[in-house]
Design a protein around this ligand. Structure first.
Ligand SMILES: [Zn+2]
Length: 195
């Protein structure tokens, strides 16, 4: 297994639509395993293939909450086949939008159909955090980020901050002098889950 670099917004690859997987072969299984390892190391609770620059419809998830413990879930070609009318709001984060969080409303329950790590068709009913996470990851496969669900004012502010942080990091990397200590602000919410 290998750790894969995670792309961050604004990266044009995060806005592309991913292609369906034809068969869950050894290459896809290796991608799933590498993605899971990358997600755990980040750490995060969900990761979609385009976040590691692979435009294929593959996601991995692992939710652990008081009452919900899924263990690792591997999904190729996941699709929502049923969604509740009722919405729930959850404060979302994303490994591709580091250090920013925002409330997003999505259907409370969804039923998802997918190919598992063995290539078998499965269906699963998801609610709570798992429902949010599955919908967030499927969005990635369609080039949609959680910040696309919030106001353009807030989205543009986040994107500007991410660009500035990237430029600052590049400048520090080029500089021979030791890096300037980072403000503690950026890490203040790092403990929250990123999907
Ligand atoms: Zn995400």
């Amino acid at each position: 297994m290998a750790l894969l670099p995670i792309l961050t917004a604004p990266d044009p690859r995060l806005k592309k639509k991913s292609k369906p997987v034809e068969t869950v072969d050894a290459e896809i299984v290796r991608l799933m395993d590498d993605m899971l390892e990358t997600m755990y190391a980040a750490p995060g609770i969900g990761l979609a293939a385009p976040q590691v620059g692979v435009l294929k419809r593959v996601i991995v998830l692992d939710i652990e909450r008081e009452d919900v413990k899924t263990g690792p879930l591997f999904m190729a070609n996941p699709e929502i086949v049923e969604a509740s009318d009722e919405d729930a709001t959850y404060e979302e984060g994303c490994l591709s939008v580091p250090d920013h969080y925002s409330d997003v409303a999505r259907p409370t329950h969804v039923r998802v159909r997918f190919l598992d790590r063995e290539g078998k068709t499965q269906e699963m009913t998801c609610d709570g955090l798992l429902a949010t996470c599955v919908q967030h990851e499927i969005d990635h496969l369609d080039g949609v980020l959680f910040i696309d669900h919030i106001s353009s004012l807030k989205r543009n502010m986040i994107l500007r901050k991410l660009l500035k942080a990237r430029k600052d990091a590049e400048r520090e990397a080029e500089d021979d002098k030791p890096a300037v200590p980072k403000s503690s602000k950026a890490k203040a919410k790092a403990a929250a889950e990123a999907i």
